[in-house]
Ligand binder design. Structure first.
Ligand SMILES: C[S@@+](CC[C@H](N)C(=O)[O-])C[C@H]1O[C@@H](n2cnc3c(N)ncnc32)[C@H](O)[C@@H]1O
Length: 300
């Protein structure tokens, strides 16, 4: 089952270490939410998409400012465990609604996954397999809104999801070496289309006058990429508000598929609103960091 990749990815046991390491990351987001949103309004209903292990979400902080909080992810179990780890009180838990087994893009249904895998196992021509994939991509429609009972929210939060939407596809591509190259050559393009479709879903969940906050892991700084040493250089440019120079630099070194494009596309969708954009470096794990873009706006 390919979609259980999300549960498998979320299942490692470094939670305690990550919770400490990601403190600054959560703090930056809490400051944005406080300054931009919570200082002005009390939020009735909020939703977090891609809540997962909730390690980037300070649930107690959020619950202090909202009347109800819906957490959504394909992986239900990780969210349930997160409520225990963050030691929520009974009253806090009562404000939370968990929605699992929800796939955001509509691209990956069981029939589609079974069919692609069958085609690969039957050694169908790779070009025909890709044609099947692209047809599916063009006709797929997300049903997230219906699965959330057509509810709209006063605050919608999405964190580091855009980069993950391609993951099941890459799992399928890895099944057979003969198909891997041709499938992976389209992965960036598919990731970008999934990111655009996801943006539309996220935006459609925001009430009129409601808020949207999303962050994107647009660039990996890692040993693997040989880019860890650029952190100081990037911090220097951020201190001077030279964000375009950072982006130019990343165009040369590449970026995270889905995330870069998803950010750009959401900025375009939000053009008519007053947006607040902030970037920072997310200390993800030993030898791996992400340069993060975020956007926050009110859908007035
Ligand atoms: C990188 S994590 C975000 C961090 C997460 N909030 C945490 O602290 O653990 C992305 C989350 O989005 C979920 N996700 C990614 N793609 C998804 C999809 N297509 N449908 C539903 N959930 C998805 C994953 O299960 C994962 O929990």
């Amino acid at each position: 089952m390919v979609l259980d990749i999300y549960e498998r990815c979320n299942a490692d046991d470094g939670c305690r270490e990550r919770w400490q390491r990601w403190e600054l990351h959560r703090h930056i987001m809490n400051c944005i939410l406080s300054e931009r949103i919570f200082s002005a309004v009390k939020i009735k209903d909020a939703v977090v998409l891609g809540a997962g292990r909730c390690e980037d979400i300070d649930l107690k902080f959020l619950l202090d400012h909202v009347q109800s909080l819906t957490l959504v992810d394909y992986d239900y179990n990780s969210m349930e465990k997160a409520l225990e780890r963050q030691e929520l009180s009974v009253e806090e838990k009562e404000k939370i609604i968990l929605k699992g087994n929800i796939e955001f893009t509509g691209f990956y249904n069981k029939d589609f996954i079974d069919n692609v895998i069958a085609k690969i196992k039957m050694k169908e021509n790779p070009a025909t397999v890709m044609q099947f994939v692209m047809e599916r991509l063009n006709s797929a429609a997300s049903n997230v809104k219906e699965l959330l009972d057509n509810q709209e929210y006063s605050l919608v939060i999405s964190g580091a999801v855009h980069s993950q939407l391609i993951v099941p596809y890459t799992e399928i591509a890895a099944i057979d070496n003969e198909y891997r190259d041709v499938m992976m050559s389209e992965a960036g393009n598919i990731a970008n289309i999934l990111a655009e479709n996801y943006n539309k879903v996220v935006a459609s969940l925001v009430k009129k006058d409601g808020w949207l906050f999303s962050y994107f892991d647009v660039m990996e700084l890692s040993e693997r990429n040989n880019t860890l040493s650029y952190e100081g250089f990037i911090n220097g440019l951020m201190a001077q508000n030279e964000y375009e120079k950072i982006d130019e630099f990343f165009v040369q070194t590449g970026g995270v598929a889905g995330a870069r494009h998803g950010y750009k596309h959401l900025c375009e969708l939000a053009e008519k609103y007053m947006t607040y954009n902030k970037s920072w470096i997310w200390n993800f794990r030993d030898n791996k960091k992400y340069y993060v873009h975020s956007i926050c706006f009110r859908k007035v």
